[in-house]
Design a protein around this ligand. Sequence first.
Ligand code: COA
Length: 638
Amino acid sequence: MALLASIILRQGLRLGRGVQARSAMMVAQSRYLHDDKVTLPPLPVPPLEDTLNRYLKTVKPLVTDEEFQLTEQIVKKFVAPEGIGSKLQKKLLERAKSTDNWLSEWWLNAAYLDYRGPVVVWSSPGLVFPLQEFKSLDDQLNFAAKVIAATIDYKAMVDEKTLPLDRMGKDILDMSQYFKILGACRIPGVTRDRIHFYGHEPNTPKHIVVAHNNHFFKIDVYGKEGKPLNVKQLVYQLRNVVERSTHPTVPIGILTSQNRNVWGKAYKQLRKDKTNRASIEEIQRCIFLIAIDGPDVNPTGNIMTDAALNCVHGKGPHGYAGNRWYDKTIQFIVGKKGAVGLTYEHTPAEGPPVANLMDHIMDVVTSGRDGSENDMNDTKPPAVELSRPQRLMFNICAEVKQDTEDAKVALESLVGDLEMTCFKFSGFGKNFIKSQKLSPDSFIQMAIQLAFYRIHGEPGAHYESASTRKFFLGRTETIRSCSIESVAFAKAMLDEDCPITEKTRTLRAAIEAHKQYVKVAVNAHGVDRHLLGLKLAAIEAGMDVPTLFMDVGYLRSSHMRISTSQVPARCDAFMCFGPVVPDGYGCCYNPRGDSIFFGTSAFNSSPETDSATFREALEQSLLDMQDVLLKEGVKAKL
Ligand code: COA
């Protein structure tokens, strides 16, 4: 994910097989452009000097004057005509000529498939749908059936290419991620994972998998003549699943929450058995997985936070983590009382296509449309004969049993460490910010910077994802939100003696500086992907990693203490994820007209960070920013 970028920048990267080659997968991907007539520009390689000048600007607020002087010297050497940077730049330009997207495959491996930590918490986000209220099992299954029906409906739009093209201003965006979220699965390996797109095969999957009490069932979702089952039929099938899995079984799915090397080894063991192999393949091949959960466990007292934690880690081995298959790209979660959401494995896509799918589901749910003329509330068995949901069997040998016990222990510790605070900020939303002629996203980003400064008395390196989908197979670039201007703004806001005019001046300047970085990033001229490319080019050529990447300026500016992302939705939903560094925060938001939904996180093991304190500081910062703008407005009228 976007989330992983900061980890990648901090860690040495290992390059694997086939990096140089224009891979078969990339050639296949080009067929999945949304509209074959649309040709998108290739991802550019920015000029070296531009990137390094920009880099220096982002390092400045995070280091001492002496440290900065050293960084400047290192950069100077790096960009010199005979310097290592210039040589690496040539390599990147050559790579750009011979590939569809010079970063694509590197990114896929470096950000995801080579990442060996658990996908749970560290990589896979949760997406919490608007909260529902279920009074009975019927309500729960009815909602789950609507989620399934709506997703199949969405899949038809994707397959038939009738989804409207996404745009950024006038620019059409690359739609390839939409074709990669349904029917996809990450497959564990001992040193590197892979991703498989079953939906791209000639014999495309026609089934989903339902998880209940740690049991997995295969349900065909297309009936005779390929017609999708309607809601009533799906409810009937779901009830069958629930009735046949009344007691929890061995939580085999929890293996997928493990460190990837550990899971890779356990996977080999698990697959030795023929029955297990067949069951795993049905799970991997399915269009998506849907988990029917029981009542919430260990409630925190905040239902938004509980829903978020359940999406991110299933509340661990004592919750529903065994009722999941975390490798599956899309995994819906329908709780007993009305907490609904999903978790998605991040390798194939960013949040927006997934949030779009959720918006479609919520449209279908609220409109009552189910693709049939039947009464959705009629739960009598349907007229057509349905194939019985197939239980996916597992033979659990002693080694596998031990692997699940180990996975429980590992996950328990991760679950104990992550804490979240999710909330709706009701003070104002995009409408107020736009009325001030300011960018809502930049405004919120600066509120986050201010919140951090308020708590820690210093600025924090700050990651925001920007989409580079203007370019063919584009994914993301980092917006480095901490700037010289954001620090001046935070200082002014927290200085009681600072006049209002100075506060608003620095506020506008900080927002403008952020907006400028957004422009740079969405045009693929940011610092981080380019530097990553240079580093990988060095590693690939068997060269030493340049000093630039060992320098304190680099290390501090890429130790992203604040990892953020805007994932907008048309409904009251929010995405959430863990921090990317042990002493950091995660913060994802959905700005609505008159409110903003936030999912924030931190680790208990860090004495410095606490998500509830962060929430308080963030709300205060938003209100203070509104206050100074309103006061300035009143003053201007006088
Ligand atoms: N005055 C008035 N209105 C303004 C304004 C100003 N100065 N600046 C912006 N606006 C308006 C915009 O026109 C837009 O209007 P709309 O709601 O009618 O479309 C709205 O405010 C939002 O713009 P803004 O808040 O500036 O942000 P954005 O929508 O351009 O988003 C990014 C910025 C960086 C989030 C976006 O470009 C992006 O890259 N998103 C993808 C991120 C991603 O992939 N996340 C997932 C990672 S898993």
